[in-house]
Design a protein around this ligand. Sequence first.
Ligand SMILES: Cc1cc2nc3c(=O)[nH]c(=O)nc-3n(C[C@H](O)[C@H](O)[C@H](O)COP(=O)(O)OP(=O)(O)OC[C@H]3O[C@@H](n4cnc5c(N)ncnc54)[C@H](O)[C@@H]3O)c2cc1C
Ligand code: SF4
Length: 330
Amino acid sequence: MNNFSYTRALDIAGAVSEISTNAAAQFIAGGTNLIDLMKENVSRPDRLIDINHLPLNRIEKTPDGGLRLGALVTNTETAYHPEVEARYPLLSRAILSGASPQLRNMATNGGNLLQRTRCYYFYDTATPCNKRVRGTGCSALEGFNRIHAVLGASDQCIAVHPSDMCIALAALEAVVRVTGKSGERSIPFADFHRLPGDTPDIDTNLRNDEIILSIDLPAKGFADHHAYLKVRDRKSYAFALVSVAAALEMSGDTIADARLALGGVAHKPWRNTDAEELLKGKAAATDQFQAVAERIMRNAIGFEHNSFKIELAKRAIVRALKHAAQMEAR
Ligand SMILES: Cc1cc2nc3c(=O)[nH]c(=O)nc-3n(C[C@H](O)[C@H](O)[C@H](O)COP(=O)(O)OP(=O)(O)OC[C@H]3O[C@@H](n4cnc5c(N)ncnc54)[C@H](O)[C@@H]3O)c2cc1C
Ligand code: SF4
């Protein structure tokens, strides 16, 4: 591990000032991803700015009837918070399907959004990886690519975004509130993470001098009709091969509103709002769900070891929608 200095930020302005004066500095929150990356020599910050003492550790109601999740609230506190359990159970389920209780006790909401891909080659500094060092090549393209993307990939990177929490946040249309040298701004969740394109080393649209303050949930929580389905190699303590967050608003047997977000298939939580439109105003029915699954996966491209994900994702979408519509027991 490289030598680094350490400082504790005492207020948000101080944290922003520290990060914006040193391009090689990084914030540390729970440390569950960053420390691993430092031990593997993938991340090499020369200064760690500990943000754990900033006043970003509360969950509060917002004036518009939504809920503000502080960036430093842990994943455990978020998942078991009474307002989250009652009004956003999709989010609780997604968080609790991830990692382990010990990790969730340390992991923070802000850190969860910025966790890096689990592509094996990204962690292996002996292999080329455009995400680790731009321009070196992508070892996964011709390598073992079983866990990689089938949607939205580029010839520079086929990694997937690893978070479960973010898949639910995409479906709920959360907003990420951040601040930096130019002041505060709000980023719709769909615009927070990026597709790889020619710059796969840049995961998100957060600027280098910015800190995440909170994740704001809109009032609509889809508490009555939701499902988070995570398909993985082991029943616990494993990242998703494919995951689906499904949220429906039902009016009798008719679908009034629908949201679907997929994990494990792309470089960011994947939504296809055109496909979601196919559900609106329709009765909940298996053939309708299958049509939506086909539409979402229509442009999917498999690689040597991961083509199975395309059919898997279609089936997971149908099953998650059935669970959400309560046509099938969870
Ligand atoms: C063995 C293992 C299994 C896991 N399994 C899963 C899983 O199944 N599903 C899943 O979703 N996750 C899983 N995780 C990932 C885990 O959820 C993340 O490591 C965790 O959420 C990161 O949060 P943290 O607070 O520890 O972040 P840190 O490691 O402290 O930081 C991560 C990054 O975020 C930055 N950062 C943190 N907070 C802020 C902020 N407020 N503003 C700006 N930048 C910030 C840091 O600079 C760093 O770059 C697993 C992790 C491990 C180690
Ligand atoms: S898929 Fe992305 S992260 Fe993995 S080796 Fe290729 S460039 Fe690196």
